[in-house]
Write a protein that binds this ligand. Structure first.
Ligand code: PAF
Length: 288
């Protein structure tokens, strides 16, 4: 696996991956990450390897998607360990730009996606999705992959990226497909996240209530129980289990992310964000 830290080097290495000697243009799958890799990320790499000739993974802790008082400085950085994991998974190229390479002096552009970025994490983390959309647009232009792979765990993020790519015509000539990969979970159901490592053992044990209570809430809603009291009961259960607060617990239309109060046959998603021991956990599951 080769590594690029500057755009010039990245472009040369991507060009050489494209021409691998077979006479055909080799395909590239991009796996964008912020590092601190876990099985969830490695699953994205595996899915990309199944679909593409080469996988390019990016590791960049993007400062513009962290708000004031969030964990930008504390966010785990372990480039060597991550690079070794990517190499073992058969990744061809690691793109690990510096902040200066990504945002050179004088950088003034911001991409803001409306509608799907509003509410939920967008309401709790102002500016977060602008930071995500802008950096992902840059990553798409830098690597020009045929496909890009993102975890469904960040369900709203995936919707924002799809909208951005569609609206800015990034889907052609490159990024033909943006693939959402189902959330990878720990044995007790907790969604894998780089932030899980912030949890004390007590909070980690309590955190497993989140997926369990979500599954139960979905079963009740599918059984015909009313949505608002079911969501209120879900919030109460999280607070009783030791969560400090619930940022949101909502049933939403899976494509528009508009909140819904009943299952209508269209795909729906239960979306939750809750805080425990200073760590904000998010999760989502299909309903209906
Ligand atoms: O999901 C993440 O790790 C980040 O938000 C992403 C997509 C790599 C953009 O910085």
């Amino acid at each position: 696996m080769q590594t690029a830290h500057t755009l010039d080097v990245l472009r040369k290495l991507v060009a050489s991956l494209r021409e691998d000697g077979s006479g055909e243009r080799a395909t590239i799958g991009l796996v964008p990450t912020m590092g601190a890799l876990h099985e969830g990320h490695l699953t994205l790499v595996r899915r990309a390897r199944e679909r593409c000739d080469h996988v390019v993974a990016s590791i960049f802790v993007n400062p513009t998607q962290f708000g004031e008082g969030e964990d930008l400085d504390a966010y785990p950085r372990q480039l060597e360990e991550d690079a070794a994991m990517l190499q073992r998974e058969g990744c061809s190229l690691l793109w690990a730009p510096t902040v200066e390479a990504m945002y050179p002096q004088g950088f003034v552009t911001n991409i803001s996606v409306s509608k799907v970025s509003e509410g939920y994490c967008g309401a709790d983390r102002p500016g977060h999705f602008d930071g995500v959309a802008t950096v992902v647009c840059k990553l798409f232009n830098q690597v020009q992959p045929d496909m890009a792979f993102f975890g469904e765990k960040d369900f709203q993020q995936l919707a924002v990226i799809r909208a951005m790519a569609r609206d800015l015509d990034l889907t052609l000539p490159h990024v033909h497909q943006i693939i959402g990969v189902p959330t990878v979970r720990e044995a007790d159901g907790l969604a894998m996240s780089s932030r899980n490592r912030y949890l004390s053992s007590e909070h980690r044990a309590a955190a497993a209530t989140l997926p369990r209570a979500m599954k139960e809430a979905i079963a009740r809603i599918e059984d015909g129980q009313e949505v608002p009291p079911t969501l209120a009961a879900l919030e109460d259960e999280l607070l009783s289990a030791g969560f400090d607060s619930v940022d949101y617990a909502a049933l939403a239309d899976a494509s528009s992310l508009a909140p819904i109060d009943t299952l209508s046959g269209a795909a729906a998603r239960l979306l939750v964000a809750a805080r425990i021991g200073g760590t904000r956990l998010i999760d989502n599951m299909a309903a209906g």
